[in-house]
Ligand binder design. Sequence first.
Ligand code: ZN
Ligand code: MN
Length: 259
Amino acid sequence: MSTANLWMDLTWPEIQQAAAENKVLVFVVGAVEQHGPHLPTSVDALLPMAIAERVAERIDGIVAPCTNYGYKSLLRAGGGPHFPGSLGLRGSTVMAMVSDIIAQFIQQGWRRIIVLDWHLENVPFVFEGVDEALRAAGDVPGLKVVKIDNPNGLGVAAQPGLDQDLFGDDFPGWVVEHAAIWETSAMWAAFPEKVRIEKIVDGRPPEPLDYDVLPVPADAAPANGVFWKATRASKEKGERILAAVTDGIVAVAKKEFGL
Ligand code: ZN
Ligand code: MN
């Protein structure tokens, strides 16, 4: 990865120039959340950042600094509030944070922005933050924000049959894919030094899975934080996932920004 694509490695005149050249800016909204005994709590920030860097290289874009924090972990998407290590914000904070950041991108001249979100819980709050910033900005010629919160779906669209290849015949669906085959494989490929390979373990879906109970019962999540068969993960699967998701997002960027 050339540091020429990373906002945090650039000087202000370089950033000013990139905005003036109307480069595409990729902004990741992350999360701090448990991902089983084998993956770090940074997965939902690190994986989309790794993909953002690959996308930026392909379309000569810039990767904005990521927000490490996101909306709080929910039982059915990431295990919920009982895991040490999961840290989250209330929805209004996520909305305000995203809105403040997008408003400054617009103010500083960025007109082609991709907002990439890996953490399911963030979705409506990130949408609202973007929408609020755009409404406040008014009519800005050339301004377009593409919000991507289903990068895995775009990956599967880019490589039809990928999910079948990776998951096999007994895959219950994306609802159980937390710290399991997809995320473990992708982390293994992108950040092998951060995966505790000897600790990769299978888990079970949360219960209940089809509705919420508040307060969240302490024993509703799988004890190890893994929702399904992480032992089927591999580095090779991860490389296919990263390539497919990158292709999917690049295709969207080309279509929406006319690259
Ligand atoms: Zn995750
Ligand atoms: Mn998550």
